[in-house]
Design a protein around this ligand. Structure first.
Ligand code: CP3
Length: 342
């Protein structure tokens, strides 16, 4: 098996820099569109054969060094008892958003194995299919990011309901975070037990917090989940979007790998994170719309900066956009492999 990704997570020597793309299975791939033409998104997530199929599509097509389970961060929120749907225009919708104590009290801490058997089944199929190929990454949403969806009822601009709960009823907010963290930790434990060889926490909305609020309302939960999951012995990746102002805290989470978005120079991020963690990132997803030779130049620049870290996994600074030309994503992966070979 190609273990460059797992080695880089641990900071071990690798013959070239491994690469994968956040949201690498998705709408920019015609093969994905073909599957989605037949089933809705949630059915796709809950049908192991199909979820496994779309997970594998980018592995073969892009020649990436890791696969990531096809699912969604909101699946365990549904298992906590909220009603989840996806709208083509508005994205995810959680009806009856959590705004008060009775809302928080009603939330379940699910038995993650019983509540999401399709995830276990998908991982088992994938481990078989990937046996001689690449490792499988499992994932979950980070507690704060999940809390925003649960409190807002979907995507948001200013996160006013979330911040109102944080500021006006911090005790209630903390009790919600506690329940989410327990669920996320159990859920990732279930994924690891089923066969996930690394796990990533997606903290898409961490960057909307001030550093002080991050420290109080998110950091303790990340630290707790990481400490708990470390016992499982697989690399833990923590990706916080718009992380620049938070790196001083992020450094202390205990995660093995820190995912870095594109808004900060990777060398600067590494300086702030120090020598004890590996980094993942951080090409601007829009750079995949540059002419091919310019993509190569940007890749080289990031590879050079990544050399300063304990380990470097190449990735985009956030998810690949649905409009991305597939051949440019392939060009990027080829450039990473070619320019990093020593
Ligand atoms: O990386 C992968 O290839 C694995 C699959 C994956 C999806 N969602 C599939 C998906 C992963 C890791 C996620 C995580 C996720 N989901 C996040 C965090 C990652 C990030 O990008 O910050 C968030 C915030 C969500 C919630 C979510 N799911 C939103 C806001 C949306 C709608 C936005 C959009 O792009 O339409 C989704 C839907 C979703 N999740 C799609 C996919 C492929 C598109 C659904 C479709 O096929 O129509």
């Amino acid at each position: 098996m190609n273990d460059t990704f797992l080695k880089a997570c641990r900071g071990e020597d690798v013959p070239y820099t491994p690469v994968w793309l956040m949201r690498q299975a998705g709408r920019y791939l015609p093969e994905y569109q073909a599957v989605r033409a037949e089933v809705d998104f949630l059915t796709l997530c809950k049908t192991p054969e199909l979820a496994a199929k779309v997970t594998l599509q980018p592995v073969d097509k892009l020649n990436v060094d890791a696969a990531i389970l096809f699912s969604d961060i909101l699946i365990p929120v549904e298992a906590m008892g909220m009603h989840l749907s996806f709208s083509d225009k508005r994205g995810p919708i959680l009806s009856e958003p959590i705004r008060n104590k009775s809302g928080v009290d009603r939330l379940l801490i699910p038995d993650t194995e019983d509540a999401m058997p399709f995830v276990i089944e998908t991982i088992k199929i994938l481990r078989k299919e990937l046996e001689k190929k690449v490792p499988l990454i499992g994932f979950a949403g980070a507690p704060f990011t999940l809390a925003t969806y649960m409190i807002e009822g979907g995507s948001s601009k200013n996160f006013l309901h979330t911040k109102k709960m944080m500021f006006q009823n911090p005790g209630l907010f903390h009790s919600l975070m506690d329940k989410i963290t327990t669920t996320v930790t159990l859920y990732l434990g279930t994924q690891i037990k089923a066969g996930a060889q690394a796990v990533q926490l997606f903290d898409t909305w961490a960057g909307v917090l001030t550093p002080e609020d991050y420290k109080e309302f998110e950091f303790p939960y990340i630290k707790r989940a990481v400490a708990e999951l470390k016992k499982e012995g697989v690399p833990i990746i923590y990706f916080a979007n718009e992380c620049a102002g938070l790196l001083k805290e992020i450094k202390k989470t205990g995660a093995d790998v820190i995912g870095v978005d594109w808004r900060i120079d990777l060398r600067e991020a590494i300086k702030r994170l120090g020598k004890k963690v590996a980094v993942q990132g951080n090409l601007d997803p829009c750079a995949l719309f540059l002419p091919k030779e310019k993509i190569g130049e940007r890749v080289e620049d990031i590879l050079w900066k990544g050399e300063f870290a304990k380990g470097h996994i190449f990735n985009l600074g956030h998810g690949i956009l649905p409009e991305t030309p597939v051949e440019n994503a392939i060009t990027m992966v080829e450039a990473v492999h070619k320019y990093s070979r020593t």
